[in-house]
Design a protein. Structure first.
Lengths: 114, 112
């Protein structure tokens, strides 16, 4: 049973507009959430994270929002650029778990059109 | 610059072969992980290790084994490769209580 879900396998956005990627989770023990970005033939790279004590975290063009009651997080990219075209994975972890097992969503492929 | 290095970017193996995928990290991380990435399925955990010689099964361990004889090295072994093990394999490491994985560049394995 998938504990982290990304229900949109793909998203296409015009350059300069906002991209919104969504992620839902089921385990209320998760207390830290991350977004990773992956280009083809490369490993995922860390993008942005948020602790469960916050509801928003910003880093430049990237903002992550967390709605704990809905068990939902989203990644906003404003403005979107063609270089943002990649697969985005959300991940969740219970920091009390010594193994730091991350649970990943299935990914959303973002295409930013020039 | 901290690194997780996977020894091969691309591999082609025959059905039934024993395959070794190697991963080395230079960050003195205790925890290491092997994932496979498949379209529509995301990243699925195969095995992980939290210490030398220690290993735990992930979500899809069947057909795989692992070895961790040294802290910096974590090997994934396909005992008898099959076509359904054609995939992108990703190694990652982290400290206990650490806040993020560092991933390797991945190994694209094709089993023919």
């Amino acid at each position: 049973d998938q504990q982290v879900k990304q229900n949109s396998p793909s998203l296409s956005v015009q350059e300069g507009r906002i991209s919104i990627l969504n992620c839902d989770y089921t385990n209320s023990m998760f207390d830290y959430f991350l977004w990773y970005k992956k280009y083809p033939a490369e490993g995922p790279t860390f993008l942005i994270s948020i602790s469960s004590i916050k509801d928003k975290n910003e880093d430049g063009r990237f903002t992550v929002f967390l709605n704990k009651s809905a068990k939902h997080l989203s990644l906003h990219i404003v403005p979107s650029q063609p270089g943002d075209s990649a697969v985005y994975f959300c991940a969740a972890v219970n920091l009390g778990d010594n193994f730091n097992k991350f649970y990943f969503g299935s990914g959303t492929k973002l295409n930013v059109k020039p | 610059d901290v690194k997780v290095t996977q020894s091969s970017r691309y591999l082609v193996k025959r059905t039934g072969e024993k395959v070794f995928l190697e991963c080395v990290q230079d960050m003195d991380h205790e925890n290491m992980f092997w994932y496979r990435q498949d379209p529509g399925l995301g990243l699925r955990l195969i095995y992980f290790s939290y210490d030398v010689k220690m290993k735990e099964k992930g979500d899809i361990p069947e057909g795989y084994s692992v070895s961790r004889e040294k802290k910096e090295r974590f090997s994934l072994i396909l005992e008898s490769a099959s076509t359904n093990q054609t995939s992108m394999y990703l190694c990652a490491s982290t400290l206990p209580g650490g806040y993020g994985y560092t991933f390797g560049s991945g190994t694209r394995l094709t089993v023919v």
